[in-house]
Design a protein around this ligand. Structure first.
Ligand SMILES: [Zn+2]
Ligand SMILES: [Zn+2]
Length: 338
């Protein structure tokens, strides 16, 4: 990333050298995320971020070199990088919830203020950010799961108690995160899964990866979901878009005591009042997931129950990956493999 509001460029930079406690990873795959487009074209962090910065916050690879004092890892070990780098000491960080670090001024991450994974090598500032890959899981397969998988995993996992075998989970938006969300819900619960999207191809993908029903998002979508749930509505609704229209739909299909979780950063807003939703509906936003959850998700992926659809790009072609993402023509997740 060479400037705010500018296309990324391929640049030659020195190979990182790990200092005390640090680890350098040889990158095996780095996912391109929609939030990178937000970082490139909408965010203005020029006051806090120094450019140029290497993009990429979904990375997996192999341990390349260890700084002084790093123990328990060996050169060539396959690892996924837990991408939210918090302070490591606050109450949230202490239990691996670094995505909600309570000292946000210290929070960064590779590709989020510090150099990220769209490179041959990635400097990781502490070994606690590394999660060993289970046997048989390729880094290029694991990379997109560190965000596009972990984010839906956390959103679904927190609502597990409500996803009983007679419950319904509605997932709105079957893109990079949503299609993984469908698989996670199927693999970890016995609930009925209904996917909603505006694109027929996305509905096809939803069915292919295990959704029981796929509903086109239009004026009658809420009615269609009600019908599929015997008139009751959904126990859990996860909105991977976060636009006003999808948030309105999410609330419209919620049953009493439902969880409505907004994951997408679509910039939408809906008014909140006592009678604006059924009784005891909880509305929450979530951001990313915890390190223990990443370990659980990688175990699911190694067992073949969850995988992200991928379109592979070479490092030379990384800028095109972002262009394709911007134009909405990427199937699944764009993953750069150096
Ligand atoms: Zn992301
Ligand atoms: Zn912290």
């Amino acid at each position: 990333m060479v400037g705010f509001g500018r296309e990324p460029e391929l640049m030659e930079i020195p190979e990182p050298v790990p200092g005390p406690g640090e680890v350098v990873i040889k990158v095996g795959g780095a996912g391109a995320c929609h939030s990178d487009l937000h970082i490139l074209y909408e965010l203005d962090a020029s006051a806090v971020w120094q450019l140029p910065m290497t993009l990429g916050h979904e990375t997996a690879g192999w341990v390349h070199s260890l700084g002084p004092g790093v123990e328990g890892l060996g050169e060539g070990d396959p690892v996924a990088v837990y991408g939210a780098w918090g302070c490591g000491l606050c109450r949230r960080c202490a239990v691996g919830i670094e995505n909600y670090c309570e000292r946000p001024s210290l929070v960064g991450g590779g590709g989020l203020g510090l150099d990220g994974g769209m490179a041959d090598y990635l400097l990781v500032p502490h070994q606690r950010h590394l999660v060993p890959l289970p046997e048989g899981l390729d880094p290029a397969v694991a990379a997109p799961l560190t965000d596009a998988g972990l984010t839906p995993y956390h959103a679904i996992r927190r609502s597990w108690p409500k996803l009983t075998p007679d419950a319904t989970c509605v997932l709105i938006g079957v893109g990079g995160l949503g299609h993984v969300g469908v698989q996670i819900t199927r693999a970890t619960t016995a609930a009925q899964v209904i996917a909603v999207d505006v694109k027929p191809e996305a509905l096809e993908l939803a069915r292919k990866v295990g959704a029981h029903h796929a509903v086109l998002s239009n004026d009658t979508a809420a009615e269609a979901v009600r019908e599929l749930t015997g008139g009751r509505g959904a126990d859990v609704v996860i909105d991977f878009v976060g636009a006003t229209a999808t948030m309105t739909l999410a609330r419209a299909v919620a049953r009493t005591m439902a969880d409505v979780t907004i994951v997408g950063i679509g910039g939408g807003e809906i008014p909140l009042g006592f009678f604006s939703q059924p009784y005891e509906v909880s509305i929450a936003t979530t951001y990313w997931g915890s390190r223990p959850e990443l370990s659980e998700l990688l175990a699911l992926a190694a067992g073949g129950q969850v995988s992200s659809e991928r379109s592979l790009y070479s490092l030379d072609d990384a800028a095109r990956a972002y262009r394709d993402l911007h134009d909405g023509v990427v199937t699944g997740r764009a993953v750069v493999v150096p």
